[in-house]
Design a binder for this molecule. Structure first.
Ligand SMILES: NC(=O)C1=CN([C@@H]2O[C@H](COP(=O)(O)OP(=O)(O)OC[C@H]3O[C@@H](n4cnc5c(N)ncnc54)[C@H](OP(=O)(O)O)[C@@H]3O)[C@@H](O)[C@H]2O)C=CC1
Ligand SMILES: O=C(CO)COP(=O)(O)O
Length: 336
């Protein structure tokens, strides 16, 4: 029987594990917190990360990484960007000890602070080639809160290895959850990571009281920046018109389920970044990714005025209204 291990029991790891367990696959969710494992196995809930959700009763949680990954066909890594290297190192050691290899797929949406590296680049650096048969990424518009309610969702499963992407597609798919394969791993990862910056900006606009015209302008011009940075990093331009690009930009930029949007909203309402982080209790990936992209664009002289404005607000305590005014009064130019 196909076995799937999911590493990381936050909102998205739990929702994906629940999705796969609901399809009847043997699914083991690894958490580094013993009390959370007990809650999932006994009450079938994960109240902190998915309040009000009843998880599938066959979903097994464990703190033992060996139990999770032993004989797993697919290993899904869903911890925040800053935890990726630590988890990849543990996974690598365990797979070497077990003399086992699997398809390794991640669903994390960020860039590493400092190095500007993508998640798959970090996985490849931390894991020996004999521990994985393929590397892939799940991306696209998919809030955990909606997926656990079986709201209709489509995602992309990206890997240069089409057969691996199809294997992942098969374990996730249901009449309410439709994964598409995509071979542009780089573009899919970048779309998922970079849209978080613009989602913070969209939340700021709504927090300040601006309307849908403003949001549409921001998302559209934000997409231009995503594509510009993505193509400079080696992505295919058309990926940004797909689920991992505009799809995810719409969902995170328009929905109060998004942590990045909610963070921006609270900043727009006048809260400070430390206050917002303390209250969220979940990862806000776009904050570090804004810095990573700001630095990358400076290094390669890319024009990304919206991202630069959001960077100024997050890292230089710039006034949001002043940044908006500066953006709106830049020299007039052609759209393309
Ligand atoms: N939430 C969503 O709807 C979606 C999220 N994503 C992406 O998925 C990734 C994870 O997000 P999400 O699930 O929301 O995050 P959460 O903040 O909800 O949960 C993160 C989980 O990872 C655990 N964790 C963190 N570091 C480590 C580590 N070093 N070792 C083991 N476990 C660790 C946390 O444990 P602890 O409780 O101890 O902190 C927590 O269980 C992010 O990159 C996000 O952008 C993508 C699509 C949808
Ligand atoms: O990427 C996501 C949905 O596709 C989740 O975004 P947030 O991390 O902002 O909630």
């Amino acid at each position: 029987m196909t076995k799937i291990a999911v590493l990381g029991a936050g909102s998205w790891g739990s929702a994906l594990a629940n999705r796969i367990a609901s399809n009847g696959f043997s699914t083991v969710l690894w958490s580094h917190r013993a009390e959370q494992v007990e809650e999932i196995n006994q009450a079938h809930t994960n109240v902190h990360y998915l309040p009000g959700t009843q998880l599938h009763q066959d979903l097994l949680a464990t703190v033992d990484l060996k139990v999770a990954v032993d004989n797993a066909d697919i290993i899904l890594v869903v911890v925040p960007t800053k935890g990726i290297r630590e988890v990849a190192q543990k996974l690598n050691k365990m797979l070497l000890d077990l003399q086992h290899s699997a398809i390794v797929v991640h669903a994390t949406k960020g860039l590493e602070a400092g190095s500007h590296k993508r998640i798959s680049e970090m996985l490849l650096e931390e894991m020996e080639a004999k521990t994985y048969t393929a590397i892939a990424a799940i991306s696209g518009p998919s809030h955990a809160e909606d997926v656990v309610k079986d709201d209709l969702t489509a995602v992309s499963v990206a890997s240069p290895d089409l057969k691996a992407a199809q294997a992942i597609q098969a374990v996730l798919a249901s009449p309410t959850f439709r994964p598409y394969t995509n071979q542009d791993l780089l573009g899919s990862e970048l779309g998922g990571a970079l849209k978080n910056i613009i989602a913070i900006g969209s939340g700021m606009l709504v927090g300040l009281g601006y309307g849908v015209n403003a949001q549409a302008a921001l998302l559209t011009r934000g997409l231009v920046e995503l594509r510009r940075v993505g193509v400079a990093m080696g992505a295919q331009a058309e990926t940004f018109l797909g689920l991992a690009g505009i799809g995810d930009l719409i969902v995170t930029g328009m929905s109060a389920n998004s942590r990045n949007y909610r963070a921006g909203f609270a900043l727009g309402q006048g809260q400070s970044l430390p206050e917002v982080k303390a209250q969220m209790g979940m990862v806000i990936e776009g904050v570090n990714t804004t810095k990573a992209v700001f630095e990358y664009a400076q290094q390669f002289d890319l024009e990304i005025p919206i991202t630069q404005a959001i960077y100024q607000v997050l890292y230089q305590q710039a006034d949001i209204r002043a940044e908006i005014e500066a953006l709106m009064t830049r020299p007039l130019k052609s759209e393309n």
